[in-house]
Design a protein around this ligand. Sequence first.
Ligand SMILES: *[C@@H]1O[C@H](CO)[C@@H](O)[C@H](O)[C@H]1NC(C)=O
Length: 294
Amino acid sequence: MSSGMSEDKISFAGTSEDSDSDHDSELLPKIRKRRSPEQTLLPSIFIKSLFFLLGLILGITIATIVSQQIQQGIEMDLDRQCAMRTSQYSPVLNEVDHAYSITSFNGSFMKEVVYRLQGSPRVDAAWEALGIEYRASIIPENEGIASGLTKHHVQRAKKYGGGFFVNVEGLHHLHCLNLVRKSLYFNYNYYKAIGDDAFDIEENIFKSHLTHCLDIVRQVLMCNVDNGVLGQVWTHQPNTKQPQAFPDFNTRHKCKNYEAVRVWAEAHQVPPDEELPADYIAPWDTDDVIPYIP
Ligand SMILES: *[C@@H]1O[C@H](CO)[C@@H](O)[C@H](O)[C@H]1NC(C)=O
């Protein structure tokens, strides 16, 4: 009976001011022994709070990591959707990485990267490393049709698995730019003299090839018109005392993953001509043949 009373009193003491300290000190040992619910509750509340806090911290940490992952996933997916939405369909789209990355252009006016140097084996090797001379690839028939080809386009013989012969557009564009480079007034004689394939041909055909290439590059640049802007910097130019404004071409760009496309094209090449069986290419039908060079 008395212990019931004291329990009440202690529980009150916890919340109100009117505790009697004499009473408490007298009762405490007894109560500890009896392990009243309130006495065991106090440490358990502390432990619970501790667990709650730890759980909260753990929860927040996990939530942060998960949301970062999701965010990254969404961004990757947005890049992918962007590429899919703004590209002509091709199976390459499904098979390459679509993460865009911030790239600084090298727009240096005076300092020359290898691609723009006077024609030489070293410069040619640098251009060729971009994959511009790769052999054609084969894509499955249904993928070819989905990519805009027709049954009249050149195909592999059914006995070798069928499908269409294709080259990746972006690599062809660079092939074209490379021909324009080789044809620059300070390179032309060099490539003519070494008997470069493109130059070892009747002049009017060479010119058609060259102007075709120039105009393809024009169309690619217009198709992908860059909305970025160029600023100007102050610089000392030859023969000027005062600094002059000069465009700064070293600009930031959001670029597709060129390397991923190059690797695709490299990996999907058909074997070299000399290794191909004579019947590798499916023969043409009369109605496949068009009466002019496209
Ligand atoms: C551009 O390339 C040249 C030659 O490699 C180099 O000297 C120069 O620092 C580069 N400029 C920038 C802005 O990267």
